[in-house]
Design a binder for this molecule. Structure first.
Ligand SMILES: Cc1cc2nc3c(=O)[nH]c(=O)nc-3n(C[C@H](O)[C@H](O)[C@H](O)COP(=O)(O)OP(=O)(O)OC[C@H]3O[C@@H](n4cnc5c(N)ncnc54)[C@H](O)[C@@H]3O)c2cc1C
Length: 521
């Protein structure tokens, strides 16, 4: 994918796009893939980088949501389990099977969760992963030797999917392109264009890197801007009633020795009624999460001290080695774009199912939902958009559409597995220039070839794009990511043909951003 080529195509195209999608997170990218694969002329506009918002800040689970089952939201669980199965099939290079252990410290917990998880297995139907089962105390400790053993009675093991969220987002952008559409990052929609009857017929957009403005014509415009949905609805109708409630969730990242082995821990009820996960991910462990209502949307939400304390305190309760602030490699926060019911309850009680609405102007808004259900959300949205725009109906094609990079049986021990079928192209880069095989930092596996690849094929425009979302350095070890930033900047400077001032500016901006991911003692 080449951003300048894409921009040129957009400039040259002076007809109507069938579908213009605003927002390049899971939701918008999913809609883009769906629309492009049905054969519609599709353009996606993202104001920052793909997955800069909520979609790079998840718990990385492709799951039905055991918690939603507890809340009685069975239809959401069935839908999510079905989508979990499809995603495992359609992006096997990025989605792994993950075992979870629910430890039990009370005699009645084991059977209670055991029965609940049997229902969870059953709801997955033929797309199920593996059956859950009860574990004795010894079996539980065998799988998780660092689990707090005082008072432990046993556990239940069940299975879900785990993935790399921003890598999937990049692959979805590539799939849009593979299917004939155009995904553009750093293009902010600044206004909606309407005809004399008040119907939307396009958008105004600004190139956030070059400052140039574009007028885009569209038969239908889809608002997939997550926590920013209300901003676009406001462009459509001044003073509209807000639909989004942001709910912040944070994670801390620890070294793998806090949770060696392959199994994750899932605590369905902390002492204040929340769910806690500790999940192995890219040779580290991520622990989260929280559910804090936040008033204003932001692309860089910051973890609150009380959220950090909550996670550290509860991690210490379940792990033999108590993590301290110094042990935290990175802390990251994300905002859930929850759709408010009229009688707003606690954010943790608001349903995670998606919300689709059509405004009088024909603006189609899709919000809420989960990463796991992005495909179904996209299918529903494009079906609706077709009706709104009066487009000829084409059938949804994403049920078994292979996502860019599709490859089975990848070797997860090799960190380059996330590139799937593109991995051999990275090898070819190293064959051409051996130095590209060099590691960028001793504590993280990333190599120079990945930077070159990210610029040439994945539309990385800034060092943050590489360090936060093409690689996951910022999330895995924020300090190490700062230490490797200069090397990354120099490689990108050459590739992007930028001056030395660019490197200085990039480093300044990146160091400022990384401060929010580093915990001071
Ligand atoms: C802490 C946490 C943990 C989670 N864990 C999981 C999990 O384990 N599994 C799961 O399935 N789901 C999980 N989720 C939910 C999932 O991450 C979200 O539902 C999903 O990422 C939302 O995607 P989105 O595209 O709607 O929003 P976003 O990813 O925020 O995308 C919206 C995009 O719109 C862009 N935008 C906004 N305004 C404009 C404009 N004017 N012009 C152009 N672009 C614009 C933004 O820059 C942004 O990139 C989690 C969420 C959180 C917060």
């Amino acid at each position: 994918m080449d951003r300048s080529q894409f921009l040129k195509k957009v400039q040259e195209f002076n007809n109507y796009w069938d579908i213009v999608v605003i927002g390049g997170g899971a939701t918008g990218l999913g809609v883009g893939v769906d629309a492009a694969s049905r054969g519609y002329k599709t353009l996606l506009l993202e104001m920052h980088d793909f997955a800069k918002g909520t979609s790079s800040r998840s718990t990385k689970l492709v799951h039905g949501g055991v918690r939603y089952l507890q809340q009685g939201d069975v239809s959401l669980v069935i839908e999510a389990l079905h989508e979990r199965g499809l995603l495992i099939q359609n992006a096997p290079h990025l989605v792994n099977h993950q075992s979870f252990i629910v430890p039990s410290y009370e005699w009645w917990n084991g059977p209670f969760y055991g029965v609940g998880l049997k229902v969870y297995d059953m709801l997955a139907g033929k797309l199920g992963i593996k059956e859950s089962k009860n574990l004795s105390r010894e079996e539980t400790l065998e799988r998780i030797p660092t689990l707090e053993n005082e008072g432990l009675r046993g556990g239940v093991i069940y299975y879900d999917g785990q993935f790399d969220d921003s890598r999937l987002a990049i692959n979805l952008a590539q799939t849009i392109y593979d299917e004939g559409g155009i995904p553009l990052n750093y293009m902010k929609v600044t206004d909606l264009k309407k005809n004399e009857k008040g119907f939307i017929e396009g958008v105004k957009t600004r190139d956030m890197l070059e400052g140039k403005e574009y007028d885009i014509n569209a038969r239908v415009v889809i608002n997939a801007t997550g926590i920013f949905s209300d901003d676009i609805l406001e462009m459509d109708e001044e003073g509209h009633e807000k639909i989004i409630q942001c709910a912040q969730g944070i994670h801390i990242v620890l070294d793998k020795d806090f949770l060696p082995g392959d199994s994750a821990i899932m605590v369905p009820h902390t002492d204040d009624g929340r769910v806690l996960f500790a999940v192995p991910w890219h040779n580290k462990v991520i622990v989260g999460t929280t559910d804090t209502p936040i008033d204003e949307p932001s692309l860089e939400p910051v973890a609150l001290e009380e959220e950090i304390d909550f996670i550290l305190r509860h991690a210490a309760q379940y792990l033999t080695k108590d993590p301290s602030r110094e042990d935290v490699k990175s802390v990251f926060a994300g905002l859930r774009p929850l759709v408010k019911p009229p009688d707003t309850k606690k954010t943790s009680q608001i349903s995670r199912s998606h919300h689709l609405q059509v405004s009088k102007s024909g603006l189609v808004t899709i919000a809420g939902g989960k990463w796991t259900t992005y495909r179904k959300m996209a299918e529903d949205t494009v079906d609706k958009a077709i009706l709104v725009a009066g487009l000829e109906h084409e059938k949804c094609d994403t049920y078994d559409l292979r996502i860019h990079g599709w490859l089975r049986n990848t070797d997860d021990e090799d960190h380059l597995y996330v590139y799937g079928s593109d991995r051999i192209a990275l090898d070819a880069l190293i064959e051409e220039d051996e130095s590209l095989g060099e590691q960028l930092h001793k504590d993280l596996p990333y190599i120079k070839a990945e930077v070159i690849w990210a610029v040439r094929n994945e539309m990385a425009q800034t060092i943050e794009d590489f360090l936060a979302r093409r690689s996951r350095a910022l999330l895995l070890d924020a300090r190490a990511s700062v230490q490797m930033a200069e090397e990354v900047a120099k490689l990108m400077q050459t590739e992007l043909n930028k001056g030395t001032g660019w490197v200085t500016q990039q480093l300044k901006e990146y160091k400022e951003l990384a401060k929010n991911y580093i915990l001071l003692a």
